[in-house]
Design a binder for this molecule. Structure first.
Ligand code: NAD
Length: 350
C-alpha cells in the first residue's frame, strides 16, 4: 500500500515523499514552481547515501527545471522526481508502476520523463499507470531526448562561436568533448560534419575509440580534455567539470556542453567571466531534450516545430551573451534573470 507525506519545504510548491514497501518504492516528487504550468522534469533512480542526499538532489534538480523550462519557452514549471534505488539491481515492474501511481496521485501537477537510471522501456511501464509521463516515441517521433539535446548544444555552440570568435560556423574550430555518451557522441558527429576538429575523453574506452574511428577524434585523458589546446570545451559527462582545480587549466575561450550543473559552485560563473571565457549556461544550452518532452505532452510534436525550438536556443544564448557583455556580468546570472522575467510575465498574465 502506498503511503504519502507532504514535506513542508520553503520555496517549493509541493514536495511529496512516497513509500510503497511491497513494491520497494521510496521516492520524492518535487514541484518547485508551477507558475507557467505543471512541473515537468525527469525521474532519477539513484542509490542515495541517505534521505537528505535525495532531498537535496530533487530540490536542486526541480529548481533547475523551473529555469530551464522558462527559457526553453515551454508552458511548464519545474518538477523532478528521485527514487532511492540502484537502477542496476532494484528496478522492477512493481517499483516502476508504484512510481507511476505516485505521479498519477498528483493529478497532473507533475509530468515525469527519463533521467539517469530510467530508460524509455521503464517509462513505458510507468506510462501504463499514469497519463502524466512523456519521453516516449509515438509513430516514430519524439522519444529519447538525447539527439535533440545534442542538436541544441550544437546550435548553442555555433551561437557562442559567432559571438566570441566572429566565426560563421564551427569549420576549423577545435572542440574538446568530455563524455562521449548518448549526447556527446551525437554532438561529435554534428561538429565533425561541420568541419570542426575533435578531442575526446571518456571513462568508457569503447566510446572514445568509436569517436576516433568515426570522426577522427584525438583521444586524451579526462584531465587533458579540460586543459586541451582547443577553442571550445564541451562538458558532456557529469556535473562539476568547472571547479577550482580545473578552471586555471582551461585553454578554451568557450564552455558549451550538455552536462547539468557544470559549475561546481556558483562563483565559477564569475571566475569564467573574469578570465574572458564565454560560458553557455548549462540549463539553457541543454534544454532541447525537455522541450521535446514538453511538445510531446502538448501534442504538438512535429519535426518542423522541434527544429524551430532548437534553433531558438541559439537566439536565447545570443541575447544572454549580449546582455552579459553590456552589463559586464556572468552569463549564468543574466540567464537566471531572464528566466525570472519570463516567470513574472507568466504570473501577471495568469
Ligand atoms: P550518458 O550516460 O549517455 O553519457 C555520459 C558519458 O560520460 C558516458 O559515456 C560516460 O562513460 C561518461 N563519463 C561518466 N563519468 C565520466 C568521467 N568522470 N570522465 C569522463 N567521462 C565520464 O549521458 P547523456 O545522456 O549523454 O548525458 C550527458 C550529460 O548531459 C549528463 O550530465 C546529463 O545529465 C546531461 N543532459 C542530458 C540530456 C539528455 O537528453 N540525455 C538532457 C539534458 C542534460
Amino acid at each position: 500500500m502506498m503511503e504519502s507525506r507532504v514535506l513542508p519545504v520553503d520555496g517549493w510548491q509541493k514536495v511529496v515523499h512516497f513509500i510503497d514497501e511491497s513494491a520497494g518504492l521510496n521516492a520524492l516528487i518535487a514541484v518547485h514552481d508551477a507558475t507557467l504550468g505543471p512541473g515537468c522534469g525527469g525521474c532519477r533512480i539513484y542509490p542515495y547515501a541517505d534521505f537528505e542526499a535525495g532531498l537535496t538532489d530533487v530540490q536542486n534538480l526541480s529548481r533547475g527545471m523551473t529555469f530551464k523550462n522558462a527559457l526553453g519557452g515551454i508552458p511548464f514549471g519545474g518538477g523532478k522526481a528521485v527514487i532511492f534505488a540502484d537502477p542496476r539491481k532494484d528496478k522492477s515492474p512493481a517499483l516502476l508502476k508504484a512510481f507511476g501511481a505516485a505521479v498519477e496521485s498528483l493529478e497532473g501537477l507533475y509530468y515525469t520523463a527519463e533521467d539517469s537510471g530510467v530508460t524509455e522501456d521503464d517509462l513505458k511501464t510507468i506510462r501504463s499507470v499514469t497519463n502524466y509521463a512523456a519521453g516516449l516515441a509515438h509513430d516514430g517521433v519524439g522519444g529519447n531526448p538525447s539527439p535533440f539535446t545534442a542538436r541544441g548544444v550544437w546550435r548553442g555552440m555555433q551561437a557562442a562561436a559567432r559571438h566570441h570568435y566572429g566565426a560563421a560556423s564551427l569549420q576549423g574550430l577545435r572542440v574538446s568533448i568530455l563524455g562521449v555518451g548518448a549526447v556527446g557522441m551525437e554532438l561529435a558527429r554534428l561538429i565533425h560534419e561541420e568541419g570542426g576538429k575533435l578531442v575526446v575523453a571518456d571513462v568508457n574506452d569503447a566510446a572514445v575509440k568509436e569517436a576516433r574511428d568515426r570522426f577522427g577524434a584525438e583521444i586524451v585523458s579526462k584531465d587533458d580534455a579540460v586543459a586541451a589546446d582547443v577553442d571550445i570545451f564541451a562538458p558532456c559527462a557529469l556535473g562539476g567539470a568547472i571547479n577550482v582545480d580545473t578552471i586555471g587549466r582551461l585553454q578554451a575561450k568557450i564552455v558549451a556542453g550538455a552536462a547539468n550543473n557544470q559549475l561546481a559552485s556558483p562563483d565559477m560563473g564569475a571566475a569564467l567571466s573574469e578570465r574572458g571565457i564565454l560560458y553557455c549556461p548549462d540549463y539553457v544550452i541543454n534544454a532541447a531534450g525537455v522541450i521535446s518532452v514538453g511538445l510531446e505532452i502538448l501534442g504538438n510534436w512535429t519535426n518542423k516545430e522541434m527544429t524551430a525550438r532548437i534553433d531558438k536556443i541559439g537566439d536565447t544564448l545570443t541575447e544572454i551573451f549580449k546582455r552579459a557583455e553590456a552589463e559586464n556580468r556572468p552569463t549564468g546570472a543574466v540567464a537566471d534573470e531572464l528566466a525570472l522575467e519570463v516567470i513574472a510575465r507568466g504570473r501577471e498574465a495568469a
